[in-house]
Design a binder for this molecule. Structure first.
Ligand SMILES: NC(=O)c1ccc[n+]([C@@H]2O[C@H](COP(=O)([O-])OP(=O)(O)OC[C@H]3O[C@@H](n4cnc5c(N)ncnc54)[C@H](O)[C@@H]3O)[C@@H](O)[C@H]2O)c1
Length: 337
């Protein structure tokens, strides 16, 4: 049994609290919002996860020192826009070598840092790892079989975290490719917006399959240019997460995309989904990374045009269909004299 503190009490924090508690660990949850601490202490239920009860033994606190001090593992689960400020609040209480596993997905718009890079900048004394994969909180908390991958600097840390999370309904793989895992998790949210937009326009399964496949090509192209491994992006945190996010109504990115495809503006869609739509932030960051690494990312570019330049979604799709004719893969040319 380990002492695990979950920093962040949204859907994913709650889903993982339920999983890790069932695995026999002692759990503390921290929330930044005093009213949320009160509400969770009283009702043992998060509004976004109706019917999922937090056991009485799970401690809920707003005191960061209490949450961080002495924990065997810190699970950082706040929406990515809050990762830096939360890591900075954690830092004074984190001891040298204390393990943190980040389970959030995103890229910081201003710095283009991945979330583990932000955490390492804010908490340089920590041993930072990541966990990602096709894993909706709603399904994990109901005990539906799920697989994820943990990336860490050392195999020892990866195996330690694997042991804490793994059970008969949650299978965990390990990998040294932290960057690939993070890029897969963050960039699939942008493709999920595109998939939602296609659904909102009334397009079909062919369009969805095209977006998933060509989206993966774009993510892999950028990942390779940045030093990630193709195998990671063809795995759980790449194609796996793309499939689940582009196909599921649990995905807020896809839900926001559907509204945009139906003619709503980005702001109207964000308002209606009423949650942080991370793909919107990651879209800008992904385009900036594409420019920085001189990588062609046409879907990501068109999503940006629709979100931030008022381009119609139908025009964006038409542009994608009619752009320059290409080989399917530049590594597969004809050998002509
Ligand atoms: N929900 C899922 O199924 C799921 C699965 C895998 C990964 N993730 C990732 O986990 C992260 C969290 O997702 P979520 O679904 O829990 O989000 P969420 O929208 O449910 O999170 C809302 C919570 O964020 C916290 N919060 C609000 N303001 C804050 C602040 N200023 N500082 C710190 N925390 C604050 C509060 O606890 C609030 O309840 C995201 O990056 C998401 O991509 C989510």
């Amino acid at each position: 049994m380990a002492d695990i503190s979950i920093i962040g009490a949204g859907s994913w924090g709650v889903g993982l609290a339920v999983l890790l508690y069932k695995n026999g660990h002692s759990i503390t949850m921290w929330s930044a919002i005093p009213a949320e601490v009160d509400m969770l202490q009283k009702t043992r239920e998060q509004k976004s996860m109706p019917g999922i009860k937090l056991a009485e033994e799970i401690r809920i606190t707003g005191d960061m020192k209490e949450a961080v001090d002495g924990a065997d593992l810190l699970v950082l689960a706040v929406p990515s826009v809050y990762t830096r400020e939360t890591a900075s609040r954690m830092s004074p209480y984190v001891h040298s070598g204390q393990k943190i596993v980040n389970v959030s997905k995103g890229i910081e718009e201003k710095t283009l840092y991945t979330l583990s890079e932000i955490i390492e900048e804010e908490i340089s004394q920590a041993d930072v790892a990541v966990l990602s994969g096709p894993s909706h909180a709603e399904e994990v908390s109901r005990g539906l079989p799920t697989t994820c991958v943990v990336g860490a600097h050392s195999k020892e840390t990866a195996e330690y975290i694997q042991d804490l999370f793994m059970c008969n309904v949650f299978r965990v793989y390990i990998s040294p490719d932290i960057l690939g895992i993070e890029l897969g998790g963050a960039l699939k949210n942008v493709i999920a917006l595109a998939a939602g937009i296609a659904d909102g326009l009334g397009y079909g399964d062919n369009t969805k399959a095209a977006l998933i496949t060509r989206g993966l090509t774009e993510i892999t192209r950028l990942g390779l240019a940045m030093g990630a491994k193709a195998e990671t992006l063809y795995g759980l945190s790449g194609i796996g997460d793309l499939i689940v996010t582009c196909a599921s109504m649990h995905s807020r990115n896809r839900r926001a995309g559907i509204l945009i495809g139906q003619g709503k503006s980005m702001d109207e869609a964000m308002e209606e989904v009423q949650m942080v739509v991370e793909g919107v932030y990651s879209a800008k960051a992904a385009l900036a990374l594409a420019n920085k690494y001189h990588v062609d990312m046409p879907i990501i570019e068109q999503v940006n045009r629709v979100l931030f330049e008022g381009k119609s979604a139908a025009d964006a799709v038409s542009n994608l269909m009619l752009r320059d004719k290409k080989l399917e893969h530049s590594a597969l040319p004809w050998n002509e004299a």
